[in-house]
Design a protein around this ligand. Sequence first.
Ligand code: NAI
Length: 246
Amino acid sequence: MRLQDKSAIITGGANGIGKETALLFAQQGAKLIIADFDEANGLAVVKELRGLGAEAHFIKADVSSSHDAEQVVAAAVEHFGRVDILVNNAGITRDGFLVKLEQAQWDQVIAINLTGVFLCTQAAAKVMMAQGSGVILNAASVVAQYGNVGQTNYSATKAGVVGMTKTWAKELGPKGVRVNAVAPGFVTTNMTDKVPDKVLDVMKQQTPLRRLGQPRDIANAYLFLASDEASFINGAVLAVDGGLSF
Ligand code: NAI
């Protein structure tokens, strides 16, 4: 039980990597707040978590709203009395070539993937600093460093997440709060369902391990970074991509 009695918030926990992370954290003893705007799947995840014996609650939230971000953190404090772990996992894509990208696509991705991470972290950090402890984990991506055709907006947000991770590691470290990011390669979820098979085949061929990631691969990295085993790891961006980014 590597997260026994820890209070964890997982944004975007209704699907994909977030859901898998919630299930793994629950198996390791964590209590969970699932914050997502997908109510149907979020409630289903909470049911599954309770089936595993975990305390869990769903909060319908849009991470790009400061009001919702505050509500999510308040819910964790109300139910569990503290916030030990925040996983800023909620994210979207609205892909398009640079010259065709509409400002609405840019704005949506910035609002959720970048502003959402800022707002949730700001709300949680206040509680964690007062506690003198906490772990913040951010969803970056291999495209932060390497770019990707059609992902001007998305790669900008993920590079921004890396910058914020390092800034917060410096600001919050002295207060006992660790901040790290995970940079997944291509992982099989609803998000990559939208990517054409021929593009995914190319990604597989460029990956030394010759496969796409599974949500559990990323959840395992979050578990390690959330656990006390990572107590001296701060400001790191852990690539979990089968070697794609080397
Ligand atoms: P997904 O699409 O399966 O799940 C994303 C979740 O975020 C959904 O439950 C969705 O409802 C929720 N969400 C979206 N906007 C939200 C908002 N404004 N407020 C609250 N919840 C919101 O995606 P996946 O693949 O599980 O991705 C999770 C994270 O991992 C994202 O940040 C993504 O950018 C990142 N990532 C994913 C990769 C992949 O290949 N699947 C690769 C690299 C990073």
